[in-house]
Ligand binder design. Structure first.
Ligand code: PHE
Length: 439
């Protein structure tokens, strides 16, 4: 439970995106807690506009060189490498030191603390809390140890950030389950930043935050109940999480949906009825016995849950765009200085969007995640959304895509010149990096 400050030496421009599949049925889908949100206020490199003439090759600013996590220093070279087995841009590296979840006056930190309050009140001194574990984990920790099948889509380079073939930026806090269980922890909460390659819109961002909870039961806990361990754990899990949802949202209607995760069986999602919509709040289930067997807990049963903090914070605080979480604009940050749940964000801007369309012939290797990565690399958090608006295949079998890029700053009006420069750079980068032919 280290509580080390993070030193971000400098902050880059650019940003990336997110909306990965995850652990449902092995199909690319959208687990609730996997929803990413958050935004950074990073603006485009000023070098784009120097002396009135765009410097087209300087589309990235200098990047932080060192961050610190959990007492360990992480250098840029530890994460970003110019090798085909590395798909991590500078924009992602610069997020590693940010730790929004450890800021008590930031919506993500406030929400973490509110969840801590719930566990402290209902299970005094029971749950160990971790919020500073390094997001750099092995493929084994991120996938194998939680039984993600070898061919699961979430392992692909298209969906996960790889430092090298054995090392990734964790794509979920479940990456820490096995290790903590092996170390003997029986009740714990792990909060951290997680990373997924994804497309771009107001609720998806390539870095977001999750909280994982795990509780282990010994046979003595369930034997006297007359229930088997799995039933006992599943009932306890549901009771615990319904209480948590009430703690956060008040007296809301809830429902449980059966689902699939490789690491739990049975698996559920909790939904609440909020503002006239069913909202997925979290994923959870009874831990697969194999995970307990391998971690020295063979006689026990356990439950686990994982929830996405941005998704919940957007709803609880009325935050309309995930990029805002990363904003250092005082008009955003000052609204959360009370450090309390319950306040509603008052939007301070309605700056106009600007749309730019772009058509190209794709190649076989084209993916939307790669496209969005390039666009975020150029435009950072000035890109609000990327949408496929046209798609056809001609008689020769060539496929054309047309994407609409929405540019909009959360913090200021963009000039035509600035947007044109961005779009020019996007086109150039897309063509040179993605093996597509612009039309
Ligand atoms: N790791 C899952 C995800 O990110 C969430 C989860 C955690 C589900 C624990 C079940 C148990 O999508």
């Amino acid at each position: 439970m280290a509580v080390m400050a993070i030193a971000v030496v400098a902050q880059s421009t650019g940003v990336v995106l997110s909306k990965s599949p995850l652990f449902r049925n092995g199909i690319r889908s959208f687990p609730p807690f996997s929803v990413r949100f958050s935004s950074s206020a990073s603006t485009v490199s000023s070098t784009l506009h120097s002396a009135g003439k765009p410097c087209r090759h300087k589309w990235r600013t200098a990047v932080a060189s060192l961050v610190e996590r959990g007492g360990v220093q992480i250098a840029r070279d530890d994460v970003v490498r110019d090798e085909p087995t590395n798909n991590i841009p500078d924009t992602i590296f610069t997020k590693i030191g940010m730790q929004l979840h450890r800021r008590n006056q930031h919506p993500i930190g406030i929400l973490k603390n509110a969840i801590y309050d719930y566990f402290d009140t209902n299970y005094a001194n029971k749950f160990d809390k971790f919020d500073d574990l390094s997001p750099i984990v092995s493929v084994k920790e991120n996938f194998d140890d939680v039984l993600v099948p070898p061919d699961h889509v979430s392992r692909s380079y298209n969906d996960t950030y790889y430092i090298d073939p054995q090392t990734v930026l964790r794509c979920h806090t479940s990456a820490h389950q096995a290790e903590l269980l092996s170390k003997g922890y029986k009740h714990f909460l792990v909060t951290g930043d997680v990373y997924r390659r994804d497309s771009i819109d107001s609720t998806h961002y390539p870095v977001f935050h999750q909280m994982e909870g795990v509780r282990v039961f010994r046979p003595i806990d369930w034997e006297s109940s007359g229930k088997d361990g799995t039933t006992y754990a599943a009932e306890d899990l549901k009771k615990c999480l319904e209480g948590l949802a009430r703690h956060l949202f008040g007296a809301v209607e809830m429902r449980w949906i059966d689902t699939y995760f490789p690491f739990t069986d049975p698996s559920f999602e909790l939904e609440i009825y909020f503002k006239e919509k069913w909202l997925e709040v979290l994923g959870c289930g009874v831990t697969e016995q194999e995970i307990l067997n391998r971690s020295g807990n063979a006689d026990d049963v356990a439950w686990a849950f994982g929830l996405g903090l941005e998704r919940l914070a957007m709803v609880l605080f009325d935050i309309p765009d995930i990029r805002l979480f990363w904003s250092s604009d005082e008009r955003f940050t000052s609204q959360f200085s009370g450090g309390q749940l319950g306040m509603k964000f008052k939007p301070f801007s309605k700056y106009p969007p600007c749309y730019k369309d772009m058509s190209f012939w794709i190649s076989e290797s084209f993916t939307e995640n790669n496209l969005c990565e390039v666009i975020r690399g150029v435009a950072g958090d000035l890109v609000e959304e990327v949408t496929l608006i046209d798609n056809f295949t001609n008689k020769k079998g060539m496929t054309s895509h047309c994407y609409r890029i929405t540019y909009r700053s959360m913090e200021r009006s963009l000039t035509d010149e600035e947007i044109n420069d961005l779009q020019w750079n996007v086109r150039e980068q897309v063509e040179s990096k993605l093996n597509v032919v612009l039309r």
